[in-house]
Design a protein around this ligand. Structure first.
Ligand SMILES: *Cc1c(COP(=O)(O)O)cnc(C)c1O
Length: 389
């Protein structure tokens, strides 16, 4: 059977490989603890579940979603209100907000809406692997912009060769950043707006970890930058802040032309989000802010435990990440990330994500998640102490 060439350019999705490896080990009777996959283990808040049950029973919601291209107005309005309240960003729910089936869907449809075959798309290295896959599926050419510790894992935009910048039509950014946990600053976002204007580049700021920041850091939206709406969109998601990864609901906001373009792709592809899920999403955005605070306390506690453990094992010369539910730590001196991941798997029964899986500049690092039950984390940290101590 013929499989399209565009798929051959996409490397296997890292986490499918990791899951297969874990399943095989479990089948062999090994008690593997995975610290590799970021997916909240605490339940979705009860008001969201109650609203889904209620809405699912309503016959009106069994039909195609209301306003199938952009999502129902009440959901878009709830998103606009949440953004005003949380990030001081004003959005017109009519033409600057769009419901998504998760932020990953938005990344894909953004590229389809913006990029012609053969055009260059900037993305960071290390970076979220789905960006590259979407660029390939649209026939675009990814260009990797390194992000490194010496610049707080922010790209140095001035170092992007001007011929590349001139060719580029779009750019992915993501802060708080997966995998490095780095956060951005208003000054950096102002540089991004300037750069995007200069080179006429559509920016897609993927911001699903906007709420997950530590040590008093303030949540930040790219759209709060003056001029941001002229150059791009921001994607966000209910997956991470409200423990709703399985529900598949998110949003795109910002430049009205880009929103219209993404909506056109969606109208011809997925016909939108199940109405009952949109009502449940409204419940999350309007009733569950406290739940985020509770999750942050849980993550902060786990984060501290892991940092203390590695400190005790001699990890010192790095800056702890400020956001996301990941920790991005350097591998022991002289050991590459795949070898270190293999050692952790074989000596401790722990699965971690090797930095190299996120790109060339991810080498020399590994990523741990905070989305693991406390007891399992304690067990994992004991094993790590035994294996490395
Ligand atoms: C988890 C994640 C997503 C996917 O979020 P969904 O809304 O569940 O699709 C997108 N981007 C990044 C960087 C992520 O880590």
């Amino acid at each position: 059977m013929q499989i399209a060439n565009r798929l051959k350019r996409i490397p296997p999705y890292l986490f499918i490989e990791l899951r297969n490896k874990i399943n095989q080990a479990v089948a062999d009777g090994i008690d593997v603890i995975s610290l590799a996959i970021g997916d909240p283990v605490e339940p979705t808040p009860q008001p969201v579940i109650d609203e889904l049950s209620r809405s699912a029973a309503d016959l009106a919601n069994h039909r195609y979603p209301t306003d199938e291209e952009k999502g129902m107005f009440a959901f878009r309005k709830a998103v606009a209100d949440w953004y005003a309240q949380r990030y001081n960003v004003e959005l017109d729910p009519e033409d600057e907000v769009l419901g998504l089936i998760g932020s990953k869907e938005g990344c894909h449809h953004f590229i389809l809406a913006v990029v012609n075959p053969g055009e260059t798309v900037l993305m960071t290295d290390p970076g979220y692997p789905a960006y590259r896959a979407s660029i390939f599926m649209a026939g675009g050419e990814p260009y990797n912009v390194p992000i490194m510790a010496d610049n707080g894992f922010l790209p140095k935009l001035a170092d992007i060769p001007s011929n590349v910048a001139k060719q580029a039509t779009a750019m992915f950014l993501n802060y708080p950043n997966n995998p490095t946990g780095a956060t951005a600053t208003p000054e950096f976002f102002a540089e991004v707006v300037e750069f995007a204007r200069t080179y006429d580049i559509a920016v897609c700021h993927d911001n699903p970890y906007s709420e997950i920041v530590f040590d008093g850091e303030k949540p930040l939206s790219f759209l709060s930058t003056p001029g941001a709406k002229e150059v791009g969109v921001e994607l966000n998601s209910l997956s991470k802040p409200f423990n709703m990864t399985g529900w598949r609901i998110g949003m795109a906001m910002g430049n009205a032309d880009l929103i219209t373009g993404i909506a056109k792709v969606k109208g011809n592809t997925d016909s939108g989000i199940f109405n009952a899920i949109q009502y449940a999403g409204i419940a999350a955005l309007t009733q569950c802010q406290d739940n985020i605070g509770e999750m942050l306390e849980i993550y902060a506690r786990r984060r501290q435990k892991i940092l203390d453990t590695f400190k005790g094992l001699g990890w010192e010369n790095y800056v702890p990440p400020r956001g996301t539910f990941y920790l991005w730590l350097p591998t022991p001196k002289g050991m590459n990330s795949i070898d270190f991941a293999t050692l952790m798997f074989e000596k401790a029964g722990i699965m971690i994500a090797p930095g190299a899986a996120y790109g060339e500049y991810g080498e020399g690092y590994f990523r741990l998640v905070l989305t693991v039950p406390d007891q399992r984390l304690d067990e994992a940290l004991d094993r790590i102490k035994n294996a490395l101590g």
